[in-house]
Structures are given as C-alpha cells and as structure tokens.
Ligand binder design. Sequence first.
Ligand SMILES: C[S@@+](CC[C@H](N)C(=O)[O-])C[C@H]1O[C@@H](n2cnc3c(N)ncnc32)[C@H](O)[C@@H]1O
Length: 449
Amino acid sequence: MSLENLSSILECPRSKGSISIKNGLLHSENAGISFDSYLGIPWFFREPEIQLYQWQNSLKSLVFYLQGQTTILEQQINIADLGTKTKNRLLLLKEAIHFNAEKLFEILEPLIASGEVSKPISQKLVLEKLPHTQHLNSYFHTLFRDWSWATQESHQFSEQVISLFKNEKPKNIVFLGSGASRLSLDVHNYFTPELSLAMDINPLLFFCAKKVMGGEAIEFYEIPIAPLLLKDCAVKQNLSYKGVAPQNFEFIFSDAVNLPCKPKSLQAVVTPWFIDIVNQDFSKLAKKINHCLEKEACWINYGPLGYDNFKAQSYSKEELEEQLVNSGFKIENISIFEMDYLVSPHSSQSRREKVLGFCARKEKDAKEPPHFTYLPKWIADANEPIPRTEIMEQVQIRNQVAYELLNTINGKRSRKDIVPLMVNHYGMTQEMAEETLITFLINYYERRV
Ligand SMILES: C[S@@+](CC[C@H](N)C(=O)[O-])C[C@H]1O[C@@H](n2cnc3c(N)ncnc32)[C@H](O)[C@@H]1O
C-alpha cells in the first residue's frame, strides 16, 4: 500500500517518466531502472550508484576521522603523570568514539552490505557531486535533540511550524531535508494526512529515524562541544520514541532540490531548516516547489537565512518575498520566530536563533527550472572555459612556494640551512626568506596547507 501511495506522486528522477512498482521496488519503465531500497527506504536518485559511492566514501572518511581522534586520545593518555580524573576522562572519550564507530557500522549495514561501489568516471561524478558540507555526521546532534534530550526544543519547533499551516487539512505533505525527522513526525501526527513523505539524502539520519519511529532504541555517545562537568564529557544517550509507529509516514532518499514529484501532485511542502543549506538559488527552488504543488496548495518554510553573506543569492526576507511572488506564490503569512537550537543539557554552549517562517500559497504556475547541479558549468561541462580569477593567482604563488619549500625539507636541514637556499634561489632578503619559511611551517603545523 505504501509504495503505491508513493508512486502516485513521484516521477522518475532521470527521465521524468511515471513510476510503477516492480518486484516490490519503485520502477521507472522509460529509464529502465528499478530503484533499490535500503531498510525499506527507496534510494531514488538520478544516478543511484554514484550516490551510493559517495555515501560509502563518506563512511570511509568518517572512520578515518574517528581513527585520527583515537590516535590523538592515545597520545594524550600516554602523557606521563596524568591525574586519575584526567586519564579516566580521556579513556571515556576513547571508549565513546570506539562505541560510536561500531554503532555507525551497525546502523549503516544496509549500505555496506550492498557491496563496495567502484569509483564512477569523473565526468559522471561531477554532475552528481554532493556538496562538501553534506556528509554522514552533518547534523548528527539533531538526533539527540529529536530522540533523546528531555528538553522542549523539538516540541517548540513543531508547534511553530504547525502554527504556520493555519486551517489546512492537506492530504499529502512532503518534507524536504527532513533529517532526524521528529518535526516531520509531529506535523504528520497533528494533521494525519493520507501520506507524509520525508525526503533527505543522509542515510545515517534516516536509518536512525526509521528505526526509532519503529520502536527500536539506539544508543550513541553524545560528545558535547563544550562540557563543563566531567560527567558531561561523553554521555551515552538512548534514541527512542514512546509513541505508536506512524501510519502513512514514508521515507525516501532523494535530491530535494530537484524534487522528483509529479507536476501539481502535492498539497503541502515543508522546508524545515533547508533553504539556506542548499546551493540552489532560492528563486529556482521556489519555482521547482511551485511546479509540484497543486493550485492553492501551500509551502511552509521555517528556518534561518544563514547564507554566506557576500553572494548575490544570499537573500534577505524582503528579497525572498519578491522571489516568492515572482515564482507564482501569494504570501499568506511571513513572520520571524525565535527558537532554541541544539541546546544540549550537557554543553555550556548553546544557540538561540531568529528564524523565518512563512506560508506561501500557489496562485499561478511557474515554469519548471532546469535540473540543478551543485558544481558550476565550468567544472561540470568539459567544453566550458575555466575563468581565471585573482584567487587563482594567489593559489598558484602559494602552491609554487610550498612545492619548492617542501623540496628543501629532507629531515636534516634546519631553518638556518634553508633560509640561504631561498635567498639564493629567489633573490629574497634574509628577513623575507625567514618570514616566508616560518609562515609556511606554522601553517603546516596548524594544518592550513
Ligand atoms: C539543517 S538540516 C535540517 C534537518 C531537519 N529539517 C531539522 O530541522 O532538523 C538540513 C537537512 O537537509 C538535508 N539535505 C541537504 N541537501 C539535501 C538535498 N539536496 N536533498 C535532500 N535533503 C538534503 C540534510 O541531510 C539535512 O538533513
């Protein structure tokens, strides 16, 4: 029943053709693909193998990072004359990292069990590249907020989003970038639509959310950013859900900026903490959402405008209002809310954010924007000239200096030996050579080269 429900609103992310069900999987007849599913969640991408490759790689990087942290901790544990409390803290952190690494493998088993995907050719990869900000442990702490902390934060989040809906009674709701998904579940439980669809790309967040909503408890250590007390340095948390497993609530792995839904198939779209973390221009995202909404259906947004300030597309509230109208929406309500953000009971640091909430109703059809790729044309298209910028000049000089300096370092020479080589080679003054070398070594030490 649930797959049928889903297929009625989906279109093929590759061909835009209709979706049927074949052998228990979502299937696109005209693209000739059946979309695998992991833990019962369809892997619904234009290039499913390339996405799988990237998330498997993300797991390798995460394991590598955790191994690095373990090595640092081991070095610290071996420092002579450590106090007992200090040693125990370090040992606990090491245990926490080990535990989390094992748990990650356990949770991500469905992705690993499908076998290692070989590296796709670069020309295909550039078209499907995930932004570097999107990796397995992006937003990891939202799992604790949603399923573990005994605080009101996620409740407040859901209440404010529900208040934006006004008197809607949507038959279907799609949540873009649903993440750890407590909000999506709360909104679903409030409106009880015929279908709620949570869409995201992150397997760790979705596998945890699905298991927890199904009644499973998952343990992970929370390692807060800034603990004050010894007991807060690493806290074993239990992710769990006390309610009844939801009916008509589905997950899908898919790229929400290229929302793979049929035109005019949706009655509500919710973007919780989403619009500013994607690289797509807001006006294009707005037109894409418009394209998938029925007439008079609504788009609920809630989240910050945490853009990188200096870009033309880092829009303010007033600019977004203009873009919404230009994209066929009427703004019914637009307000600034305040909310706590990731206020862990175990950290001394926390955030309180002002966020923008709106309910925009589709009035007119907007033209569907072209498929969005994260990388610019001059990387994605082999025939496009690559612009030469001032930053490239600086990178070139820096790399040239780094290359030549690294050639002089052989494990025996000191700064005193290398400076005269630089003076001779570059015709630099002694002082300039010293400054260049010291700056390079400090940057290397601080891992900035
Ligand atoms: C800031 S988090 C917000 C998560 C959740 N809505 C919340 O408020 O806790 C952004 C979410 O968007 C997801 N995401 C990023 N790019 C995406 C894309 N292209 N398609 C679908 N989800 C995406 C991330 O994996 C993450 O779960």
